[in-house]
Ligand binder design. Structure first.
Ligand code: NAD
Length: 380
C-alpha cells in the first residue's frame, strides 16, 4: 500500500502530517511511502531525512495525490477554494485520506469525498478511549495550542509574568485566568505557572477541579451537577440560560483583576460559548491580553477577530486560529506519532485493512466506498 505525504496547501500551514521517524516505522511495517518535494521543509524535516528512512521523494503535489492509495494530511483537502488546488480532484477514486476533515462543519467536503469514492478517515473523531490515546490528535495539537497561547500572551503583555523583588522595586506576579480546563486549558495553566503567574481557572465540569488544583491553580466554578455539565463521553454540555447567566456573572467578577485571559471553552458540534461579552471586556485593565483559542469556532470573547491580533478597548485580542502551525517541528512530530500509531493499529498483523468492527476505525470512518457511513453524519 502506497502512503502519500503531500506538502500542505493551506496558507500558513507549516506542519507536515508525517515526519521521517514515523516513515521508518511505516516502511518497516511494509508500507511504501512517497513524500512531496519539500513537504517537511517548513517544519524543518528535509528531503534527505525522509529518503534516509525509506521514503521516495516525488516532485509534485499532483504526483503524490494522484498515485497514493492513502493520502496523509493535516488540513482538510482543498477543493479549489481561496485560489488553492482542487486536491480532491487530483485524488483517485478508490483511494483514501487520513486528515483533520472537520466533518461536522464541512458537509460539502464529506459529500464530495463520498461522490468521488474516496474513503475519509477523520483525525478529529479518534475515540477518547485509553487504547486510542496515542492516536488522539485533538489532544496533541491542543497541548501545543495551550502552551503557545501563554507565550503569545506573555509576549504581548507590557508586564512581567513572575514576581520580582529587586533593588528597583517589587513587581507583583501577573494574574492569569484560564476559561475551559480541557487539554489546552490545562497546558495553559501549567505553562503560566512555570512562568510564575498567579493562575485561576474556570470550567463548568466539576470533574476538572482536581486536575486544576494539582497544577497549582485555583479552581472557580458555578454550582452545577456532574450530569448537567458533561455527557457520557466526558465533553461539556451546553448550559441552560440560567446557568450561562451565572457563569457570566462569575467571570465578570474576575476580569477586572486579570492581566491575561486564555479562553479555550468549546462544546463539541456547536458554536463556542460567549464567556466574555464586549461590555465585560471593557472592565479589564488597560493592556490586558485575551488569547481566544476558540476563535475558529466563533470565539469565547465577543471582540475576537478570528485569525487576527487586534487592539480594541485598550486590550490585545489574539484570535489566531492555527497556533500549532507556529510551532511546526514539535506539532508535526506529535501529529505524526498519532497518524503513525493509527496506521500501525489498522495494519494489525495482516496488513492494512478497514475493519468496521473495530471501534477506532468505525469511529473515524466518515465515508467508505462511495457512502457517508458515520452514524453522526446521517441525515436526520
Ligand atoms: P474541548 O476542547 O471540547 O473543550 C475545552 C474545555 O471547555 C472543556 O474542559 C469544557 O468543559 C470547557 N467548556 C465548555 N463549555 C464551557 C463553558 N460554558 N464555560 C467554561 N468552560 C466550558 O475539550 P477537550 O480539551 O478536547 O477535552 C474534553 C474532555 O475530554 C476533557 O475531560 C479531557 O480530559 C477528556 N479527554 C479524554 C481523553 C481520553 O480519555 N483519551 C483524551 C483527551 C481528552
Amino acid at each position: 500500500m502506497k502512503l502519500g505525504i503531500p506538502k500542505e496547501s493551506v496558507r500558513g500551514e507549516t506542519r507536515v502530517s508525517v515526519i521521517p521517524e514515523t516513515v521508518k516505522r511505516l516502511v518497516e511495517k511494509g508500507f511504501e511511502v512517497i513524500v512531496e518535494d519539500g513537504a517537511g521543509a517548513a517544519a524543518l524535516y528535509t528531503n534527505q531525512e525522509y529518503s534516509a528512512q525509506g521514503a521516495t521523494i516525488v516532485p509534485t503535489h499532483e504526483a503524490v495525490l494522484g498515485t497514493a492509495d492513502l493520502v496523509l494530511k493535516v488540513q482538510p483537502p482543498l477543493m479549489g477554494e481561496n485560489g488553492g488546488p482542487d486536491e480532491l480532484a487530483l485524488m483517485r477514486a478508490g483511494s483514501g485520506i487520513v486528515s483533520f476533515l472537520q466533518p461536522f462543519s464541512r458537509a460539502d467536503l464529506v459529500r464530495s469525498l463520498a461522490e468521488k469514492k474516496i474513503d475519509g478517515f477523520s483525525m478529529e473523531l479518534i475515540p477518547r478511549i485509553s487504547r486510542a490515546q496515542n492516536m488522539d490528535a485533538l489532544s496533541s495539537q491542543a497541548t501545543v495550542s495551550g502552551y503557545k497561547a501563554v507565550l503569545l500572551a506573555a509576549d504581548h503583555l507590557t508586564r512581567f509574568f513572575p514576581m520580582f523583588m529587586t533593588a528597583a522595586g517589587t513587581i507583583p506576579p501577573a494574574r492569569v485566568l484560564v476559561l475551559g480546563a480541557g487539554v489546552a486549558g490545562l497546558q495553559a495553566i501549567a505553562t503560566a505557572k512555570r512562568l510564575g503567574a498567579v493562575v485561576e481557572a474556570f470550567d463548568t465540569r466539576p470533574v476538572v477541579k482536581g486536575e486544576v488544583e494539582s497544577l497549582g491553580a485555583r479552581f472557580i466554578s458555578i454550582e452545577i451537577s456532574h450530569e448537567a455539565a458533561q455527557d457520557a463521553g466526558g465533553y461539556a454540555k451546553e448550559l441552560s440560560k440560567d446557568q450561562h447567566a451565572k457563569e457570566l456573572e462569575l467571570i465578570a467578577s474576575r476580569l477586572p483583576r486579570a492581566d491575561v485571559v486564555i479562553s479555550t471553552a468549546n462544546v463539541p458540534g456547536q458554536k463556542a460559548p460567549v464567556l466574555i461579552t464586549a461590555a465585560m471586556a471593557r472592565s479589564m485593565r488597560p493592556g490586558a491580553v485575551i488569547v481566544d483559542l476558540a476563535a475558529e469556532n466563533g470565539g469565547n470573547c465577543e471582540l475576537t477577530e478570528p485569525g487576527q491580533i487586534a487592539q480594541k478597548e485598550g486590550l490585545t485580542l489574539i484570535g489566531l486560529t492555527n497556533l500549532p502551525g507556529l510551532m511546526p517541528t514539535h506539532a508535526s512530530q506529535m501529529y505524526s506519532k498519532n497518524v503513525g500509531n493509527l496506521l500501525l493499529h489498522m495494519a494489525g498483523k495482516e496488513g492494512f485493512k478497514v475493519d468496521r468492527a473495530d471501534p477506532i476505525t468505525a469511529g473515524i470512518l466518515v465515508t467508505y466506498q462511495g457512502q457517508v457511513v458515520h452514524p453522526a453524519l446521517q441525515p436526520k
